[in-house]
Design a protein around this ligand. Structure first.
Ligand SMILES: Cc1cc2nc3c(=O)[nH]c(=O)nc-3n(C[C@H](O)[C@H](O)[C@H](O)COP(=O)(O)OP(=O)(O)OC[C@H]3O[C@@H](n4cnc5c(N)ncnc54)[C@H](O)[C@@H]3O)c2cc1C
Length: 422
């Protein structure tokens, strides 16, 4: 039973937001050519701007946390309020009406790593990190993918070898979002190559600033460098930083992946198109004199309908979670719908803008859309590719036979995986 009613809590949140932020002007009508024309899916920012944005994000999180609103459903021992998830959602809905610093820096740490630490870490590690993560003092990243292990994550080769009370981690991770500004990472390593591939894995929390960690940026085709390769050379991790039991890392990884799909699905397929809103598309069509073109009208409506259908499907999944059921294949459908809808949007804009999307003439609201077009392929891969999502839907919704790629019996050492070193 909550010690505060939803109405009382609403008043508390509103008082905090009124005192610390300004409300968004929701009445302001979108006018073509005015305001920001940024529609990028992946930021293209320089190091200094990114550092400044991170500082603003951390200041906001700290303010929220110190006011008792940083981990609303979390344990009181870590500064939480132990209130039901409905109170969390109430905060999210109210904060969205105010101008606040971008909180994307914490998406992976709080959406995926912290829930995994909470579920699988030792009390020492929970005490060390959870409160600091929710206060924004520490940023977390996810060190799962490797050059030879993405969709087939269980083929990973980065190894951890026991050395007394410590482990030595050696190997390479790749596509690590935000590794360059992260303080800690959740890493899955191979600890026994004589076991089948899903069995000999173990999870750890690793200090991203430890000796032997080498973070190198990867520049993507949109121009930015949001991802990294991370090399580990005998990086020491104390056994207290192990997540779950030795060789039980697959369970740990599944906790993180389930939270990843839930957060991508919930954030993305909510029917909102973000900056690529239907009004923006509609005004673009008017501005270029295409409002009476029957093909353009039809394609615009296809974009709109796609997002509306995703919104209702996603609402069903969220209601299921709200009623205490586990998120299932709905989250894969949500992720798939999101990427399909973004792809349809990018193609529609290309149809309207033609060469203006390819060459930068400096005209407002034109070339900037190339950022969306070049970002969609990344969205089709991140958090599970379209094809993998389709496999999940075909197996779990349509009842088709399992993907034959999973070998659950052969020792990992005997499998022919990439350039296996173990
Ligand atoms: C924007 C972005 C952010 C990311 N952030 C992180 C991060 O922070 N941390 C992290 O660990 N990783 C991250 N990743 C990596 C991501 O998890 C992997 O890229 C993804 O799992 C796919 O793995 P892969 O790139 O090795 O492709 P592969 O798995 O090699 O896939 C190659 C192709 O084969 C297809 N394919 C593979 N297996 C099957 C199958 N069984 N059936 C049908 N088709 C199949 C795929 O769909 C794809 O088209 C990120 C990736 C992106 C794009």
């Amino acid at each position: 039973m909550a010690d505060i009613t939803l109405d009382e809590f609403r008043a508390e949140i509103t008082a905090f937001l009124d005192a610390n932020a300004t409300t968004k002007d929701e009445q302001q009508k979108f006018v073509w050519g005015e305001g920001s024309d940024d529609v990028a899916l992946f930021e293209d920012v320089n190091e200094a701007d990114e550092a400044a944005a991170l500082e603003r994000a951390q200041q906001w999180r700290a303010k929220r946390f110190d006011a008792g609103l940083g981990w609303i459903s979390g344990p009181k021992k870590y500064g939480g309020r132990e209130l039901p998830a409905t109170y969390d959602r109430l905060y999210g809905g109210l904060e969205a009406k105010y101008e606040t610093p971008d909180q994307n820096f914490f998406g992976i740490g709080l959406g995926m790593v912290a829930p995994t630490i909470n579920a699988h870490a030792t009390d020492e590690v929970k005490d060390l990190y959870l409160q600091k993560m929710y206060r924004g003092d520490l940023v977390g990243c996810q060190l799962f993918s490797e050059p030879g292990a993405g969709s087939d994550l269980a083929s990973l080769q980065c190894k951890a070898e026991r050395d007394g009370d410590e482990w030595l981690i050696t190997g390479q991770k790749v596509w690590t979002s935000g590794a360059h500004y992260s303080d800690i990472g959740e890493i899955i390593c191979r600890t026994d190559a004589d076991m089948p591939k899903h069995k000999g894995l173990t999870g750890f929390v690793v200090d991203m600033k430890a000796p032997g960690v080498d973070i190198r940026p990867l520049r993507q085709m949109t121009g930015g460098a949001n991802f990294n390769e991370v090399f580990f050379e005998e990086v020491r991790v104390h056994d207290s930083h192990r997540l779950g039991d030795v060789n039980q890392g697959w369970t740990v990884a599944l906790t993180t992946l389930m939270n990843e799909r839930a957060s991508i699905g919930a954030g993305g397929a909510g029917g909102g198109m973000g900056l690529a809103s239907i009004v923006r598309l509609q005004e673009m069509v008017r501005y270029f004199g295409l409002a009476n073109d029957p093909i353009i009208r039809q394609h615009l409506m296809e974009v709109y309908i796609g997002f509306q259908v995703a919104k209702y499907t996603n609402q069903r999944a969220l209601d299921k979670i709200k009623s205490g059921q586990l998120p299932g294949p709905e989250m894969s459908i949500a992720k798939l719908s999101l990427t399909n809808n973004l792809w349809r949007t990018a193609n529609f804009v290309a149809e309207v803008l033609g060469p203006r999307m390819q060459a930068d003439t400096g005209e407002w609201g034109t070339f900037t859309w190339s950022q969306l077009l070049c970002g969609v392929p990344g969205m089709k891969v991140a958090g599970g590719t379209d094809e993998v999502m389709k496999n999940i839907v075909s197996e779990r919704v349509l009842g088709l036979p399992k993907d034959p790629g999973i070998d659950s019996k052969t020792p990992f050492r005997d499998l022919k995986v990439g350039t296996q070193q173990n």
